[in-house]
Design a protein. Structure first.
Length: 183
């Protein structure tokens, strides 16, 4: 293990807290170094990269250059046009140089105020109660449920076993947003 400081990810400021990066003595397949941390979130590539990339090779684009790794589908940034559109440079940073997360279904990246939002982490009912009410409103609207079905759904959210919500915070105005899915 090492005492290296993790790279700063503008759109995923605390990947240790969100569980996307963990301490590990595994060797990174991109740089062939034991850096003390490994990425365990989603990665799309023709190569098997599960639990095989260090945060530094994600941050500097090495994982993209060496393996054509993609961490989020570019069309999923902004939820296939449902949320704010963002510049191509933002899409590329989120998709190719930012650790993603593991969802039960295809991951989506919340956008707001013309920028990608910061990924905060997976959340369940308990975490949702402790966040800003705008997060609860976002999940309620996105779920499509109303009344008792909505109350039951929100109470059933679980960050570990699903259904799970994914919390994001706008980098511009601070509003919370995101979505939920089931397994």
């Amino acid at each position: 293990m090492t005492d290296l400081t993790l790279p700063i990810f503008k759109y995923h400021p605390d990947p240790l807290a969100s569980g996307s990066i963990i301490p590990s003595d595994a060797k990174c397949r991109a740089c062939n170094q034991h850096r003390g941390f490994i990425y365990i979130g989603s990665v799309y590539s023709e190569h098997d990269l599960d639990d095989a990339l260090c945060p530094w090779c994600i941050s500097d684009g090495t994982a993209r250059r060496v393996f054509e790794a993609e961490f989020v589908d570019p069309k999923a940034v902004g939820d296939y046009g449902r949320w704010d559109s963002v510049p191509q440079s933002v899409i590329e940073e989120v998709c190719f140089r930012t650790p993603s997360f593991s969802g039960w279904q295809q991951e989506r990246w919340y956008t707001h105020c013309g920028d990608a939002a910061e990924f905060v982490g997976p959340i369940g009912a308990m975490e949702l109660r402790n966040l800003d009410p705008s997060m609860r409103k976002a999940i309620a609207e996105e779920s499509g449920f109303t009344g008792e079905k909505l109350a039951h759904y929100l109470d059933s959210l679980d960050k570990n076993v699903g259904p799970t919500a994914y919390a994001f915070r706008c980098r511009v105005c601070g509003e919370w947003g995101g979505y939920s899915d089931t397994h």
